[in-house]
Design a protein around this ligand. Structure first.
Ligand code: 9YT
Length: 130
């Protein structure tokens, strides 16, 4: 049985900050926890836009706080995100994630993240200015 409290994870190597400052993610369960998925709580900061493409992972995201939207790039569809909304990237969908208020999201990845994916398998890239 695994029991964890988010307060105990904050400030450890499982709390990951986006290089561009757009988000902070607490990686509650990782591959080494042997659940077959990873489990994260991510805060996306208000006023940010993040381009995300998880080419090697399926991800489901459930909003518990805040407001924002997801735009899938292939078809230009925009989905509002609010508490109680779930979106699943079942086609490895490339998308923009925008927050108008700080978004608190619970995220599950299959296969599980190992823990050091920020610059590699994560698939998030900053938006280029201009
Ligand atoms: C919203 C979202 O895609 N979260 C993913 C988890 C986070 N980027 C992480 O832990 O790297």
């Amino acid at each position: 049985m695994l029991v964890k409290k988010i307060e105990d994870i904050k400030g450890t190597e499982r709390e990951v900050h986006a290089e561009n400052g757009n988000w902070t993610s607490t990686r509650i369960l990782l591959k080494k926890d042997n659940m077959g998925f990873s489990f994260h709580e991510t805060v996306i900061y208000a006023g940010t836009e993040t381009l995300i493409w998880y080419r090697n992972h399926l991800e489901a995201v459930y909003c518990i706080e805040g407001k924002g939207e997801v735009e899938t790039i292939d078809d230009g569809k925009v989905y509002p995100i609010e508490p109680g909304t779930m979106y699943a990237l079942d086609k490895n969908d490339k998308h923009y994630l925008r927050a108008s208020e700080d978004l608190r999201l619970v995220c599950v990845f299959n296969p599980p993240l190992v823990g050091d994916e920020v610059h590699r398998e994560d698939g998030s890239y900053p938006i280029l200015e201009g």
